[in-house]
Design a protein around this ligand. Structure first.
Ligand code: 8DG
Length: 162
């Protein structure tokens, strides 16, 4: 995998929940997202994702699945991220929400995360997350204007999927 995209986002699943970050700072300030961040120079997307998971949550993951890509186009920038997911078998000691440098980490029920009325999840995440959780590998294209998601497209990155 070559580093064409600048960021990663990782969805860590345990039972019916995902470890979500309520972000302290922009971008997506105050909203619940997967953990992740910028890929360092000379780092692969997978290594960047493993590092971000460890830095933000303390969890060491060794079973990340590549789950596709998301690109966004705004008036200011064209950028994007590699998506990863993994399943862990205990709650990593997160019985309660935990305050970390980047915000608040908490296990959130998948039904809550995907609920159509949930304004706390960025719109693009609500659109691409079902594909990630069902094990599909898509390229998700998001087009924003005035901070609103104006258009969304999805294409499979696997030949056998449509
Ligand atoms: N910059 C940016 N990131 C976005 C957008 N949409 C979106 O889902 N993301 C994701 C990509 C990353 O997972 C996360 C942003 O990561 P970040 O800026 O906190 O990365 P970082 O912690 O490495 O950066 P920093 O410490 O250097 O500020 O949000 C967007 O429009 N802009």
């Amino acid at each position: 995998m070559t580093n064409q995209l600048k960021y990663t986002m990782i969805f860590i699943k345990h039972d019916n929940s995902i470890l979500m970050l309520n972000r302290l700072k922009p971008p997506l300030m105050g909203l619940w997202t997967g953990v992740g961040g910028k890929i360092d120079a000379n780092e692969s997307p997978t290594d960047g994702a493993i590092r971000e998971v460890h830095e933000e949550t303390g969890i060491v993951v060794n079973n990340l699945s590549f789950s596709g890509t998301v690109t966004w186009q705004t008036e200011q920038e064209d950028s994007g991220m590699y998506l990863f997911s993994c399943e862990i078998h205990d709650n990593a000691g997160y019985d309660e929400p935990k305050l970390v440098d980047e915000g608040i980490l908490a296990w959130k029920d998948i039904d809550w995360v995907l609920h159509g009325s949930n304004e706390g999840i960025p719109k693009h995440i609500r659109l691409f997350l079902p594909s990630v959780l069902s094990g599909q590998v898509h390229e998700h294209l998001c087009f924003f204007r005035n901070n609103e998601l104006e258009k969304y497209e999805r294409h499979s990155l696997l030949k056998e999927d449509k």
